[in-house]
Each structure stands twice: as structure tokens, then as C-alpha cells.
Unconditional design. Structure first.
Length: 576
């Protein structure tokens, strides 16, 4: 079977179809999958269970796919193993939110499965899907069924069975898509909250859209997917680079390669990851080493890349070598500095080029100049802009950890949807000890930071800060973006919502009534200090009324009011 394809210049190419696919086919499939999730991102956002303006599953999956696609575009090849490696790397570093991290793991396992293949058959494609599922389940500490995990699992399991019956990849992909849709339809039966709200899983729906793009390519049902898309992925690099000049770049060459262990000249030099990482650290900085049984992925900024590769060749054959002149790149980045404004560090007390001398560093995620200023006052080094409507990527957090420039860096996600991304960044970065304190709210992050003791050891500080998370009551007030019935609560679009410890407990059309009810609920539980963080949409009159409410009904309580300047959430409350 043949079909028409278009290259990036719009020229028609005629390619064979489809008892196997190669790297060029894979590129077209990813391009089509990216377009599908791009066009349906808002639809996927709308499936998020909670009717608050945080519906970002579609956005996160779209930006994650965009990052993978951009990396694949740089390294187009007819070798599907190399193409999948490039795509996997882009996904890994660009992953945002839980859905983005899981998506990156699905394709990381896929890439590992096909790494040595120039092209793959139906059985190899199915096996790669299955290996991706295995890796994704391992990445999640407590996998929850009724999510993107279930959809990917059921689709891959069915693919493995069907691949034994057909060598037609179009037919197999139809089966995969059908099974993924059937699995998606069953997610409300597996996750009660989905049935209660009347939606299917958002991440699972996003994966279905990606698979729809894959089938478009294999079936020739849609040929306009090859038109280049105007993707605009938020970038952390802008803010870091704007603080540097070429003279400050000590190690000028970004060097990346894979080592096929023990593959060179029959050498059998024993590979020990920790020892290898320590050896390479003397050649430069920004060192990332990720190894499995057969391959080692190396990323390093070095002044003499040849020395790095000479050392690495002791352990095997080098493949996928990429060396880029960062001084030259830096000039171009500065020229385009204004193009990236979404995800950036709001502040930094440390230059990323400083030598690591201090014991402790801190990276937090938050939105609002006031919240950033509060964290700065507590000793935080880097505040990444993000949280409710824009989650930082894995690469954003990796860069922030480096910029914190300390022997031990604590990372505070301050959002449940960023914890998995932070943990992935920790796995990728090896120069410093990284500890993720799994804070789910801004009050939890502030409480943990205040519990830190400068002259106490790492273990004790970690234990103390983890304990602090459980001793604070968190409250947030925002507005509903749609009608919903949740946990017996009837919610109307544009109602104000009171959220207690990440659970919606109050819905009312009056902002002050919601705030008072939420504060009463929180303050009746325990504590003697209440902190009010005012957002962009809070007024001085409303805030004064809330302070009067507290002082009249809870006269023994201490009240603190701070300008958080956070978007979308007029008030954030903390009770300790």
C-alpha cells in the first residue's frame, strides 16, 4: 500500500506502506500526533475533574509533545531507533505535569525497545508500546487505574495480541486506537470521581488524540498534518541566558552522546555509573548521566569535548554524538530573548556559574511577585514561575537546581501536578544532591521553608520539613469554570469555590461568604495563626472585611496579611 507524504518544504514524497515503519515514518506520526493534541488541548483541559481554572492536562501534554517534536526535528533520520531516542529525550526534558511525565515515560520505554532498529514491524511496534507501559508504571509510585496508565496498558496489551495476526501496521494501529477508546470509555468505572463528575480521564483522552494522529499517517485519512505548526513552548532558557555574557561561559561546548557499553573492540572495561559520573565531572559542568544495562546517555558542558569522549570510549562505542558551540548559540538566544516569557525564574540569589560552596539551596514553584518575595525572604534561591495554569518542565527544574548552586538542593513543587516532574528532574541531575519536598500548596511550601534549620544536617532537615507539610491547613479561593456536581456539592459556572487541602468544600456566588466559610472550617480544626495571601483580584475593602471577621470571632488568633499577587486565586489562606 502506498500513500502521499509531504516534507517540511511541502514537497510530495511517495513512500512504501506499511508492513514496517522507519524513522521518517515515525517523524510523520509524531507530527500528526502533536497536531491532534494541539488542536484538542482545550477539549482535554475541559475534562479535568475539578471545575477550577487549573485545567491544564491538555496544555501539559501539548507542550510536552511540542518539546519532543522540536528535538526530533533537529535530528531527522530514517533510523527509527535514533528518531525515537531524539523524541524521547525531548519529551523527557520538556515534560510538564503528571500527564507529561507519564507520556515521556511511555515513549522512553518505546525508544529503548526500538533503539537498535532501523525500521520496525507490527510485532516490534506492539512490543515497544508494551515496554513503554512497563516503564510508565514503574515511574509512578502509586499507579492509579482509570487514568492514562490504564488506557495505554489496555491498548498495548491488545496490540501485542493483534500483532501476531497481522503484519499490516495500519490495521494494527486501528486496533490500538479502538482499544484505547474502549479503555477510555471505561475509566469512569475504575475511578469513581470521574463517574461522579461525568467525564472520562483527561490524560487518557489526550493519548487517544495522539494515537488518532498516528492512524492518520498510516491510513492516509488526513494529509494536511505535515504543515509546520506555529508551536510556542514556554522556555526557561530565556531568563538564565539574559543574565550571562559570552565571557562567563566557562565550558563552551554542549556535548551529548550515547555509549554502547563494551561494544568497542571487544573491550570489557567494567562500567560503574557513580565512578564514571565522578570521572566526567572534572571535564565540565551540567553533567547528566543516565544508564541502563546496555546504554549510557551522557550530557555535559565541556571546554574540550574530545577529552570527554576519549574517556568514555574506554567503556564502549560512542553513537548519537552531538556537539554544539554554546557561545555561538548564546548570541542567537539573546537576539530572540523576548520570544519566551512564560516559564522563568522570578528571582535568583546565585549565579549558575558560581562554584558550589554553600551547603543548602532551595528551588520553589510559585506564581505572583508577592509570593516570590516571601520565599526570597526565607532564603529561597530560585523561584520558578508556575503552578496552577502553567507547570514548569523537567528541564526548567533541572536548570533551576543547577542555578541554586549548593551541595544539597531542596525542591518544593507547591502543586500536586508538579511533584512527579520534580522527581524526574532529580533523577536526571547528578551534580548536586536533590531532595524533593512534596508540597502540594503554597502554604505547605512556606511552612516547610520556615521549618528549615541552617545548622542542622540534611537528614534532620528533610524529616522536619516533611513533617511541617502535615501541620498546616491550606485554603484557596477561585472561581468555577463550568457547572459540576462534586462530592455532593452543586457547582455553578462562575461560582466562587473554597478549596480546603486540595478538596472543594464550598461553592457560592459571593466571594466574601466563601472566604468566611472556608476560614471558619480551617480555624475550627486547630492553630492560632492565620495568614492571608491576597491575589491580583482581591480588593483592600474585601481583605479588611475578612480581617474584621477573624478578629471578631477568633480574638485570640494572630492575623497576618501579605500581598501574594497570585493570578486566578483572590485569596490563599494558611492556618497553623
Amino acid at each position: 500500500m502506498d500513500m502521499l507524504l509531504f516534507d517540511m518544504e511541502g514537497e510530495i514524497i511517495l513512500r512504501k506502506r506499511f508492513n514496517s515503519i522507519d524513522g521518517f515514518d515515525f517523524y510523520q506520526m509524531i507530527l500528526a500526533g502533536s497536531r491532534q493534541i494541539n488542536e484538542n488541548a482545550e477539549r482535554v483541559n475541559g475534562l479535568n475533574v475539578f471545575p477550577v481554572p487549573d485545567g491544564d492536562t491538555g496544555t501539559n501534554m501539548n507542550l510536552t509533545m511540542t518539546s519532543g517534536l522540536e528535538e526530533l526535528r533537529k535530528k531527522q533520520t530514517d533510523h527509527i531507533g535514533y528518531a525515537a531516542d531524539a523524541f524521547s529525550k525531548g519529551l523527557l526534558m520538556g515534560a510538564r505535569g503528571n500527564s507529561g511525565v507519564i507520556l515521556s515515560q511511555l515513549f522512553s520505554g518505546f525508544a529503548k525497545s526500538v533503539h537498535e532498529c532501523k525500521e520496525i514491524s507490527t510485532q516490534q511496534f506492539a512490543a515497544a508500546l508494551q515496554q513503554g507501559v512497563d516503564m510508565a508504571y514503574k515511574a509512578v509510585v502509586k499507579p492509579v487505574e482509570g487514568t492514562i496508565l490504564t488506557v495505554s496498558k489496555e491498548a498495548a496489551k491488545y496490540a501485542v495480541v493483534q500483532a501476531r495476526r497481522t503484519n499490516d501496521l495500519e490495521e494494527l494501529m486501528r486496533d490500538v486506537l479502538l482499544q484505547s477508546k474502549l479503555a477510555l470509555a471505561k475509566t469512569p468505572d475504575l475511578l469513581p470521581i470521574l463517574k461522579q463528575v461525568g467525564v472520562v480521564d483527561a490524560g487518557g483522552q489526550g493519548l487517544v488524540h495522539i494515537y488518532e494522529g498516528f492512524l492518520n499517517v498510516l491510513s492516509d485519512e488526513n494529509t494536511d498534518f505535515a504543515v509546520p505548526l506555529p508551536f510556542h513552548a514556554p522556555s526557561y532558557v530565556k531568563s538564565v541566558q539574559s543574565q550571562l555574557n559570552n565571557e562567563s561561559i566557562e565550558y563552551g561546548y554542549c556535548t551529548e552522546f550515547l555509549i554502547k557499553l563494551n561494544a568497542a573492540n571487544g573491550k570489557e572495561t567494567a562500567f560503574k555509573e557513580a565512578h564514571f559520573r565522578q570521572d566526567l565531572s572534572r571535564f565540565g559542568d551540567s553533567l547528566l548521566v543516565a544508564a541502563d544495562e546496555d546504554l549510557v546517555k551522557v550530557h555535559i558542558h565541556a571546554e574540550y569535548p574530545g577529552e570527554v569522549m576519549n574517556h568514555a570510549m574506554k567503556y564502549g562505542e560512542l553513537i548519537n554524538i552531538k556537539i554544539e558551540n554554546m557561545r555561538e548559540q548564546h548570541a542567537h538566544i539573546l537576539e530572540n530573548d523576548e520570544d519566551s516569557t512564560h516559564v522563568k525564574p522570578l528571582t535568583s540569589n546565585s549565579s549558575s556559574m558560581d562554584k558550589i560552596e554553600k551547603a543548602y539551596g532551595f528551588v520553589v514553584v510559585g506564581a505572583g511577585d508577592g509570593i516570590a518575595a516571601i520565599f526570597r525572604s526565607l532564603g529561597v534561591d530560585v523561584v520558578l514561575f508556575g503552578g496552577q495554569t502553567m507547570n514548569p518542565s523537567t528541564e526548567d527544574i533541572v536548570h533551576a537546581i543547577k542555578q541554586a548552586a549548593a551541595k544539597t538542593v531542596f525542591v518544593f513543587p507547591n502543586n500536586s501536578n508538579i511533584i512527579l516532574t520534580a522527581q524526574q528532574a532529580k533523577k536526571l541531575y547528578s551534580d548536586q544532591e536533590v531532595i524533593v519536598i512534596p508540597s502540594k500548596t503554597i502554604p505547605q511550601g512556606l511552612s516547610a521553608m520556615m521549618a528549615f534549620q541552617k545548622n542542622t544536617d540534611v537528614s534532620t532537615n528533610t524529616e522536619t520539613m516533611m513533617s511541617a507539610l502535615t501541620k498546616v491547613e491550606s485554603g484557596q479561593v477561585t472561581h468555577a469554570v463550568r457547572d459540576s456536581d462534586l462530592e455532593g456539592l452543586t457547582i455553578k459556572k462562575d461560582d466562587f469555590l473554597g478549596i480546603h487541602n486540595n478538596q472543594i468544600v464550598i461553592s457560592n456566588h459571593d466571594l466574601i461568604d466563601v472566604c468566611k466559610a472556608l476560614l471558619a472550617l480551617m480555624m475550627d480544626r486547630a492553630g492560632d495563626i492565620v495568614t492571608i495571601l491576597t491575589g491580583k483580584d482581591a480588593s483592600a475593602k474585601q481583605t479588611d472585611e475578612l480581617v474584621s471577621f477573624i478578629r471578631s470571632g477568633y480574638s485570640q488568633w494572630e492575623v497576618e496579611v501579605c500581598s501574594g499577587d497570585q493570578p486566578l486565586y483572590p485569596y490563599i489562606f494558611s492556618v497553623v
